[in-house]
Design a protein. Sequence first.
Length: 228
Amino acid sequence: MRRGTLLFDLDGTLIDTIPDLQAALNEMLRARGRRELMPEEVRQMVGDGAVALVERALKATGEIADFEKAHQHFLQSYQAEPTRLSRLYPGVAETLASLRASGARLAICTNKPQAATLAILHAFEIARSFDVVVGGDAVSFRKPDPRHLFAALDPLRASPVDAVMIGDNENDYAAACAAGIPVILTRYGYLRVPPDTLAPEAWLDQFAQLPHVLSDLNFTSGEEEVRD
């Protein structure tokens, strides 16, 4: 069955955003006299949106106090420079362009705030690849709620039988399963549970493998693998 609508997570799937998230969190924590977080700590906190991220950072370094000011401090710091240290994973830009050229419709479905998501997509010059972008504050529900995925499908007039979800963690997997959408996960992302507890259609070791995997699963008409 051809599935021409591809839903993508952002952090841990297309872009390694940990360095900039860590920098913004640590700026917020230093202002409160708290210790800084290490990259692996931040990696385990990412995936549920900015509110959950700040809550976890505060809890890991003390009490959850003065939360709203801490949250706003983090957002202002992060949104001011969301791509200073982050990077696209290898092969992402080329692969997205190839999928788009093949006739696929692409959408972003991320728990990251909409403003930061759009800024990142434009900064890395991949915004033109996507027909729809649904950030975590653009709708009233977030992954793993399947309605987040439906919110990305609706503007495309697509249904779950038309779609494939490409993500990196358990929220992407749970949302896709609940929506009745097959899911492909990256091994290099921000998974917080043992991989053997999930059963996606396929795992990606490199993003450039995606067209080949989609073809192998009979989800597309077939595209050659994009290589660096």
